[in-house]
Ligand binder design. Structure first.
Ligand SMILES: O=c1ccn([C@H]2C[C@H](O)[C@@H](COP(=O)(O)O)O2)c(=O)[nH]1
Ligand SMILES: [Zn+2]
Length: 200
């Protein structure tokens, strides 16, 4: 079959099922996809009060770092205190973790998607890393000194800060179908001895 015939055949087959030949509408926009990654990362946090997620994206729209708030490596989530005024001594913030987890040499000029407005400590790390734009989901405590300081530093350093918005009407859902683990077959009383402990 020459190439012209093949093309003709393909377009005929496409014509037979027009619904499938058209692109799917309503897929996630890039910004929605990146913020959804930050929201998903936050689900890894063990903080009982506040789960934060962050996702760093380069100019080629590749995710180059993801993080969530958690205890430092080797500091057990079960031993170190999650109590309100104690956790701040230990917890690594999502933004800092995302920057440290980067899989590229540096994150200069990258965008940061984060579920919560960054605090002053994260603002310093964000600025020093060269991240140029921040998209945040919520700014729950704009009056707190640490967030006022963070804003002041972002303005001085020329980091653009925008609240994430979308015109999507429905929630973005992750449909993860969980199939129950297969249960071992109950052993019948009459089974021969040799098969009872078999792992085959
Ligand atoms: O920039 C930030 C600010 C806070 N977090 C995390 C760190 C802690 O786990 C909580 C703080 O919770 P509060 O109840 O507001 O004290 O949020 C972060 O990851 N990044
Ligand atoms: Zn912070």
């Amino acid at each position: 079959m020459d190439i012209n015939n093949l093309t003709a055949k393909m377009s005929l087959e496409d014509g037979a099922s027009p619904a499938k030949s058209r692109k799917r509408e309503g897929c996630l926009k890039w910004e929605e996809f990146f913020m959804a990654n930050a929201v998903l990362a936050a689900q890894r946090s063990k903080d009982p009060e506040c789960q934060v997620g962050a996702c760093i994206v380069n100019s080629a729209k590749r995710i180059v770092g993801v993080g969530y708030n958690g205890m430092p490596n080797g500091c057990s989530d079960d031993i170190f205190e999650w109590k309100k005024d104690l956790k701040q001594l230990y917890v690594c913030h999502a933004e800092m973790n995302a920057i440290l987890n980067k899989n590229v040499i540096d994150v200069k000029g990258c965008d940061l998607y984060v579920t919560r407005f960054p605090c002053n400590e994260c603002a310093k790390v964000i600025i020093q890393s060269g991240i140029s734009t921040i998209y945040f989901l919520e700014d729950k405590h704009p009056e707190r000194q640490m967030y006022v300081a963070a804003k002041k530093m972002f303005v001085a350093a020329g980091v653009a800060v925008r609240q994430f918005t979308t015109d999507r009407k429905e929630n973005i859902e992750i449909r993860l179908r969980i199939s129950p683990k297969p249960q071992p077959e109950p052993q019948s009383e009459s089974q021969p001895e040799s098969q009872a402990g078999s792992t085959a």
